[in-house]
Write a protein that binds this ligand. Structure first.
Ligand SMILES: NC(=O)c1ccc[n+]([C@@H]2O[C@H](COP(=O)([O-])OP(=O)(O)OC[C@H]3O[C@@H](n4cnc5c(N)ncnc54)[C@H](OP(=O)(O)O)[C@@H]3O)[C@@H](O)[C@H]2O)c1
Length: 329
């Protein structure tokens, strides 16, 4: 039995972003009819008063939180205070008003980068908070961990179907291609694209290229999120697990590659003919971040889109948006 229905009022916070836009596409394609969205101009989610007024007026029955201040290693390490306060404000405003205005199901998103820096691999859900966090994104991680804890505590104290999902590194259509603040996949696609267009001999990649990362295409991520929103028997699932260690479910592909292998794939995708050099003065982040996806697999979900195909789809989207001057950056 599905736990949400096609006629439920469903609010997707952050529907213009990488994940939110994929959730919106996924829900539309599955026939959901009452989808509620607001742009940042219409509703600033860091404004407590406005968010309360929105929930009072709309009282959505289902909420997906894909709104957050998000960025790559440079942005996280540079705008440390902004990442902490904005994420706390956005998530607190949404989660507490969802509880107050009787939302029946809420999905909050963490991120694999909030696990400890040297977590045991592959990273099981129970690894959260077991040792030190990565310094470069610690403020973001602490905000997100507060969100996971709030959702978990609401589920336990108020018996609500609120839960969190921990996706691995994502990429896909509508990604942020900012030259400094973006994640590694859009950053590499953009660099190799520009290298090709301007016929550069060399493209520089940050870090040693030796660390391992897992990548999930955004539409695959949305399919996993919607699958869990529809299918997960929330209270049973979490009470059958060790309820105290466990606040969320991992979402990934279960496979990782080195940044060097990723750079080679992005180079091939864009057709760049020059050389790659690694600038090792930039930090690498943790050596490895591969999620243990045993739980979501056992409930019946697996990713479908290969990295090769996903990169091609993302680059096609980047090219079509470049033509129209619509690349997010
Ligand atoms: N990207 C990844 O690799 C990744 C991996 C794991 C987990 N996640 C999680 O997935 C979630 C979404 O990430 P994403 O990559 O989709 O980020 P994104 O592309 O930057 O999208 C963020 C969304 O939040 C909105 N937003 C931010 N601040 C807002 C505010 N004050 N008021 C209203 N809207 C606001 C943005 O609106 P604008 O369009 O106006 O900026 C945008 O729609 C985050 O929780 C993130 O932790 C992402």
């Amino acid at each position: 039995m599905a736990h949400i229905s096609l006629t439920d009022r469903i609010y997707i916070a952050g529907h213009t972003g990488l994940v939110g836009s994929a959730i919106l596409r996924g829900l539309k394609s599955r026939g959901y009819k009452n989808l509620i969205v607001r742009t940042r101009e219409e509703l600033d989610l860091s404004n407590a008063k406005d968010v309360q007024a929105f929930f009072k007026e709309q009282s959505p029955e289902v909420v997906f939180i894909a709104a957050a201040k998000v960025g790559g290693i440079y942005a996280n390490n540079t705008y440390r205070a902004d990442f902490l306060i904005q994420n706390l404000n956005i998530q607190n405003n949404i989660i507490w008003n969802a509880l107050t205005y009787e939302c029946k199901r809420l999905v909050f998103l963490g991120s694999s980068c909030i696990y400890p820096k040297l977590a045991q691999q592959p990273i099981a859900e129970s690894q959260l908070l077991t040792s030190n966090l990565e310094y470069t994104n610690r403020p973001y991680a602490i905000a997100k961990i507060a969100g996971l804890e709030l959702v978990d505590s609401i589920r336990k104290q108020y018996n609500k179907e609120f839960f969190s999902i921990m996706p691995t590194n994502l990429y896909g259509p509508g990604d942020n291609y900012h030259p400094k603040n973006s994640h590694v996949v859009p950053a590499l696609l953009r660099k190799f694209h520009e290298g090709t267009v301007t016929k550069q001999d060399v493209v520089e990649v940050w870090g040693t290229g030796k660390v391992l990362r897992e990548f999930l295409y955004s539409d695959d991520c949305a399919s996993g999120i919607i699958f869990l929103a529809e299918q997960l028997n929330v209270q049973t699932f979490f009470s059958e697990m060790n309820n105290n260690d466990f606040s969320h479910i991992n979402l990934g592909t279960g496979e990782d590659i080195t940044i060097k292998e990723l750079a080679d794939l992005c180079k091939a995708t864009t057709g760049f003919q020059g050389e790659i050099v690694y600038n090792t003065t930039y930090p690498d982040g943790p050596p490895r971040k591969l999620l243990d996806i045993g739980h979501i697999k056992s409930i019946g979900w697996e990713s479908r889109i290969s990295l090769d195909d996903g990169l091609k789809l993302s680059y096609d989207d980047f090219l079509s948006k470049s033509k129209d001057g619509n690349v997010r950056a």
